[in-house]
Design a protein around this ligand. Structure first.
Ligand SMILES: Cc1cc2nc3c(=O)[nH]c(=O)nc-3n(C[C@H](O)[C@H](O)[C@H](O)COP(=O)(O)OP(=O)(O)OC[C@H]3O[C@@H](n4cnc5c(N)ncnc54)[C@H](O)[C@@H]3O)c2cc1C
Ligand code: SF4
Length: 439
């Protein structure tokens, strides 16, 4: 069933008008030692930008956001603010938290509308750094390093840049234009991007090193969707959540959706799959999750949106088997986690959104990984010389704002590492010239 895909392509939430933005900022209590600022993993400093906005210093507010968070526009839309900045907002005790995400969106939209250029290109006269992966952690690390003067090249296996921002999160929550604009700001800093270039296939780590890159940062995320091994898993109509969402984005929503769809999972990806099916015309889509609704990791706002679209969420049920007919999915059978209840529903598509895992990277390089197949690091440094790692590939399935934090911190660590190397090279040169030989 293919419906008019405009509703899927159009951003769901409206932005503030200037008047409403100022009004909202005026509710802020201007807290000393503000809880909102302490709670932002990326250090976006909401208290500071809200204060500037409140006193009509819009330029200052935008400067605060952009200099602290290179993906400020993206985060303003997808960040689970109820778990971070808005959760601890002092205004909650009086009535309700300040809509921090929405104010950030207003300001970053304004920045674009007036073509404001906060980030200024630095002179790129330092070492070459290669970043593998152009998801949020790789993008932010690339920008931070370019601002410090490093010559950065990002290698990306896909055609589009942005990782899950471009291939996962649906456009009704995050329009592609917002992602593209922020990538353009980063390109303006002199960062180079090589797309359709998979490291390990099109180019090896050794080749990259031979091209004179001093440090390599792995920001390759988790791209393999998990499946479970139950009867009927190979029937036609069983889909992987992230692949389904990528396809919908690629084809601007012009994708065939079943009449009876069941989505398995409880995170952002599961909710996105269910909402996408509904917006693209499926009348019968249900979410089945194995734990309780309180334990469901998807953002509260997104769960409420599911309810507003009449998408039922069945909790405490795990998949038992899939019944097929002529090689295609026909029914879904589930079993209670807390009692022996049984579920038996008609289905022609079953979408598994039960998490992602890292593609095996051990074949390419002998890097140390932990029991969850995530890369082991210490201060973002791996066990291999000159190789760092950050983002989901280190931390597991996290959030965009967390990837921003990781990208910023990894860039800082790389900068420290290369500066120390430079210092020891200089010291070595001085000793050698005094001794009249090699250091
Ligand atoms: C559908 C979906 C919805 C989500 N919704 C939200 C949300 O609402 N809010 C939120 O905060 N978070 C959300 N997330 C999570 C968030 O998107 C991730 O935590 C974040 O993107 C991780 O960033 P990253 O840079 O570590 O990796 P990724 O975004 O996974 O990017 C990794 C990049 O590396 C590239 N790559 C991998 N291997 C290679 C290689 N060998 N060579 C070259 N390139 C390679 C990949 O193609 C990809 O572009 C969502 C995730 C998904 C899938
Ligand atoms: S915690 Fe809330 S009230 Fe306090 S500074 Fe932050 S946004 Fe304003």
């Amino acid at each position: 069933m293919i419906k008019d895909s405009n509703i899927y392509l159009k951003e769901r939430e409206k932005t503030f008008t200037p008047l409403l933005a100022i009004e909202e900022a005026s509710r802020c209590l201007l807290c000393h030692d503000a809880p909102c600022t302490k709670a932002c993993p990326a250090g976006t400093d909401p208290a500071r930008f809200i204060r500037s906005l409140r006193f009509r210093n819009i330029k200052g507010a935008i400067e605060t956001i952009r200099s602290n968070n290179k993906l400020g526009g993206v985060c303003s839309r997808v960040c689970p603010t109820s778990k971070y900045c808005e959760e601890g907002c002092s205004r909650t005790d009086i009535d309700k938290p300040i809509k921090i995400g929405k104010l950030q969106r207003y300001l970053t939209d304004y920045e674009k509308a007036i073509s404001m250029e906060v980030l200024k290109k630095s002179k790129l006269d330092k070492d070459k750094v290669a970043i593998i992966g152009s998801g949020p952690s790789g993008l932010v690390a690339s920008a931070e390093l370019a601002l410090k003067g490093y010559k950065v090249t990002v290698f990306e296996e896909k055609n589009k840049l942005g990782g899950w921002l471009s291939y996962g999160i649906p456009p009704e929550r995050l329009p592609q234009i917002v992602v593209d604009n922020e990538i353009q700001y980063i390109k303006n800093l002199g960062v180079e991007f090589k797309t359709n270039c998979k490291v390990g296939e099109d180019i090896s780590i050794k080749d990259i090193k031979n091209q004179g890159f001093k440090v390599i940062l792995l920001a390759i995320g988790m791209k393999k969707s998990k499946l479970i091994n139950i009867e009927g898993i190979n029937f036609k109509g069983v889909l992987k959540g992230t692949e389904f969402l990528s396809q919908c984005k690629d084809k601007n929503g012009k994708v065939k959706i079943g009449k009876h769809v069941i989505v398995i999972g409880g995170g952002d990806v599961a909710v996105d799959c269910a909402v996408t099916c509904k917006l693209l015309g499926c009348e019968d889509v249900k979410i089945v999750y194995r734990r309780t609704i309180e334990k469901m990791p998807a953002d509260q706002k997104e769960k409420q949106y599911c309810q507003s679209l009449n998408i039922p969420i069945f909790t405490g049920i795990k998949p038992e088997k899939i019944i097929g007919k002529d090689g295609k999915v026909a029914r879904f059978k589930g079993i209670g986690m807390f009692d022996d209840s049984l579920m038996d529903l008609p289905a022609d598509q079953i979408i598994f959104a039960i998490g992602q895992e890292v593609e095996d990277i051990k074949d390419e390089i002998h890097i140390e990984i932990n029991e969850n197949k995530l890369i082991k690091t210490k201060n973002y440094k791996t066990n291999l010389e000159d190789i760092f790692a950050c983002g989901d590939v280190v931390e597991g399935d996290k959030t965009v704002v967390y990837a921003v934090k990781e990208g910023k911190e990894a860039a800082e660590e790389i900068h420290k590492y290369l500066s120390l190397e430079k210092e020891s090279e200089i010291a070595c040169g001085e000793v050698a010239s005094v001794k009249g030989g090699e250091c």
